[in-house]
Structures are given as C-alpha cells and as structure tokens.
Design a protein around this ligand. Structure first.
Ligand code: IPE
Ligand code: IPE
Ligand code: MG
Length: 259
C-alpha cells in the first residue's frame, strides 16, 4: 500500500507507563467559584492561583515534561476593566513570587501569547522570569497569556509570508511541519492530554493547531477546587484510551507489540 504518511510520524505516548508528556489545561470556573460563595469574582482568581501552584508542583514531581496553562485569552480583554486589571496584577505578582519556587523545582518558564499588549513592566518581568529559569531542565511550564489559537496561526502565517517574500523559503516548502515551527509552541511536544475544568466543553480558542490529536478530559470541578486527585483521575482516564491517529485499533495493537 502506498501512503503519504509513514508510521514514523505517529506521536505515540512517549513514556513507558503511558504518562502524558504534555498536559494542557483550561483553568475555568474561578468566577463561579467566588460567586457561589457570594464573593467578588476576583477572589476566585486569587484562589485559582493556589490550584495553579499545586498543579505545577505535582507535574514537576511526576516528571511531566510540559504543562501548559491557559491564564488569559485574547478574548478576555472583553471583561470589565477592573477584572482585567486585577488579572494583570495577579499575573505580575505571581511571576515575581514564584521564581524561587520554580528554581527550587527545576522548572523552566515560557510565556506564550501576544505579549506586546502588556505593560512594559509586565513584559520586562516576563523576560526576567524566562531568562532566570531558562537553565532549568525539569518541567517546562507554559503560561498562555493574551493567547489565542487563531492569533498563533495568523502570526505564523505572517512570518512565513515574510520569509517567502524574502526568498528564504519557497512556497512548496510550506508544510505542516514548517507551520509547526513558526507557532509559538515550536520545540514542544504536542499536548497529549487536554483538561478543562468548570463544566464547559469547548476549546475557547486555546491551542487550535496543536490539539489536533489530543485526548480531552472535562470536569465539572471549578478551577480553585482542582487538585492532585482530579489530575490523577484525568491521567488515569488518559492511560486507558487507545490513540489511533487514523489507524485501526488492530494496527495500533500490532505496532505496540512489535515495540
Ligand atoms: C477562568 O475562570 C479564569 C480566566 C478566564 C482568567 P473564569 O473567570 O472564566 O470563571 P467563570 O467561567 O466565569 O466561572
Ligand atoms: C477560557 O476561559 C480562557 C481561560 C481559562 C484563560 P473563558 O471563561 O474565557 O472561556 P469562555 O468565554 O467561557 O469560552
Ligand atoms: Mg470562564
């Protein structure tokens, strides 16, 4: 049989025990968590930071390679100004406060998204945190801030068009692999497991291109209530699934047996 795609291109779960290499999370439900307690929404965001800390440490300890967290979408600017400002302040304060913790846990930080919309001060703090943790070799923590999947694809297209115009790449070279290299997630494995808390079952413009073959897990838990236990349930669910990438189940079974 002739085929366009070789078996080599299959992105099998890479570790022996079937642990996901890359987990991507939409941390949703902070506002409702607070509202249920008759508190202002911002209290939910503050509480959400604690769940972030727990999740990051758990992933770092359990040798997950990459954890991507959706912190602020390109659409979240539509929220009331005071909520947006608080989210920015919280992001700034958390970045500052967590550097020591990231160093201790050997965590490398990457912030993805259109950072040009942030204040100079915040951009500088992001650069410093990324630079300080760049030497770390454990968990790569990806924070998506002012990120949108469509923005990511558009910025890649723009840069590719520029390179084509300069004659650096030919039209025929624009392949899936090349586009991947122009996305802001260049160099990272694609997410194996996607988790969304808060009961909503949608992507909300998170990693559109990168989620093509990711396994999805939804939970009604609101983000501030998310913990190691629920993360464990998501990983267990992931381990029970057969990822087929277009093949039949039998083909995957054979492939596994032949190593
Ligand atoms: C997610 O929680 C955090 C951000 C979007 C920054 P929400 O603030 O969306 O919480 P809900 O969905 O309104 O409960
Ligand atoms: C997605 O949550 C963005 C983040 C968690 C940062 P939203 O709460 O903004 O998503 P929608 O608006 O309900 O789709
Ligand atoms: Mg929400």
């Amino acid at each position: 049989m002739s085929h366009a795609m070789s078996n080599e291109s299959i992105n099998f779960p890479a570790t022996d025990n079937g642990n996901p290499r890359h987990i991507a999370i939409i941390m949703d439900g902070n506002g409702r968590w607070a509202q249920r307690r008759l508190m202002p929404r911002v209290m939910g965001h503050r509480s959400g930071v604690k769940a972030v800390r727990k999740t990051v440490e758990h992933c770092a300890r359990n040798n997950i390679e990459v954890l991507s967290l959706f912190a602020f979408s390109s659409e979240n600017w539509r929220r009331p100004l005071d909520e947006v400002s608080l989210l920015m302040d919280l992001f700034m304060a958390t970045l500052q406060a967590e550097i020591d913790n990231m160093m201790e846990n050997n965590i490398r930080l990457l912030v993805i998204g259109d950072k040009s919309a942030f204040s100079e001060k915040l951009q500088e703090r992001i650069r410093l945190a990324e630079a300080a943790t760049a030497v770390n070799t454990g968990l790569t923590l990806v924070i998506a801030a002012n990120y949108g999947g469509r923005w990511d694809i558009a910025q890649a297209a723009r840069r590719i068009a520029h390179s084509v115009r300069l004659g650096e790449i030919g039209e025929q070279e624009v392949s899936e692999a090349l586009i991947s290299r122009y996305l802001v997630t260049d160099g990272l494995p694609e997410p194996d497991l996607f988790i969304r808390t808060g009961g909503e079952e949608r992507i909300s413009n998170f990693l559109l291109w990168q989620l093509a073959y990711t396994e999805f897990y939804f939970t009604d838990l609101l983000w501030p209530d998310f913990d190691e236990k629920e993360l464990g349930r998501a990983i267990d669910s992931f381990k029970k699934r057969q990822r087929r990438f277009g093949f039949t189940g039998d083909q995957i079974q054979e492939k596994k047996m032949s190593g």
